[in-house]
Design a protein around this ligand. Sequence first.
Ligand SMILES: [Zn+2]
Length: 388
Amino acid sequence: MNQIKKIFFFVLGLLLVSITLFRFIVPPWIAWDKNRVEFSPPYSISTESQQFYHSLTIADLHADTLLWGRNILNRSSFGHIDVPRLIDTNVALQVFSVVTKTPKGLNIKSNNDKSDNITLLALAQGWPWKSLGSLNERALYQAQQLKVFADESGGQLTIIKSREDLENHLSLRKQNNSLVAGILSLEGAHALEGDLQNLTKLYDAGYRLIGLTHFFDNEVGGSAHGLDKNGLTEFGRKVIEQAQNNHMLIDLSHASSKLISDVINITTQPVIVSHTGVKGTCDRSRNLTDEQIRTVAATGGLIGIGFWPIAVCGKTVKDIARAARYAKDIAGIEHIALGSDFDGAVSLPFDVTGLPLLIEVLQKEGFSEREIRLFMGENIVNFFMKTL
Ligand SMILES: [Zn+2]
């Protein structure tokens, strides 16, 4: 009997240790491991550049931070952003993108939709049960998380849902620049689960941008990393129509070439490509061709220049500036912006506190003060003021 008792308590203990490890150790470890930096903070920047940087309105089009289960109100020693670091770095506006499904063995060339990494991550983080079997619920849950952070931030973090919200935020920020705002964006319309009513639900939950595809083809159209890489489907056409009627903006990052041109042919609003590289400096799949840069700009759209090595073919701040310069020369300065991919399961040259490092490299690439202002954030603010 004693022996059975011993075994029972041993197994129970083992189970408790495993659950604790899975629930409390694994998620932060994954968040740390997936989102590293090449160069650790603090970063050394000249006083002059630092001063100029702090006179700018800083905005960024893409961060996947909500995926990792970190409390973004706390300063973290890993990952790329959180509210304290955004505020320290004078960031006025951050787009928070929401990932709901990524394939196992994820690669940039070809993926199917049969497997999913997020289920296990969601389980480890203790997401609601209903979100385990539903991509739409996952998107709703992450939106809810951002709302909880905003509610608990004592006014430091607000969520922008309209032009009025943005106007208010910017005018409050004139008196107190320790304020940051977020805009919710969906990364992959598979979270609609083929149902237009789910688009309404996501709008009501605060989503104002919708990225059509992520790493696999979905009900809306082809991914640049999918199997078929097709164009826009009939359902996709309806999604765009309904989204644009509601002032939800379309993000063409990760879209196949066919999908990009199909959407540009029917869009009634400017489109964005929130995080991308350009083929002119880095010839990789999903990076924009010169022609795509031109057509996105011609809609009145915005191209967010990514910071990660696969997007810009390099691990330095200079590589980011080179891509920005190339896109500027084709699209025009009004159409380019920051599209970092902070916390996007990528290793970046710096965390958000390194953004001032861009100033000097942009100057070296020939950007004027006015051009730096626009690229570092004013273009994004102007864009949302027109389109939200
Ligand atoms: Zn992405």
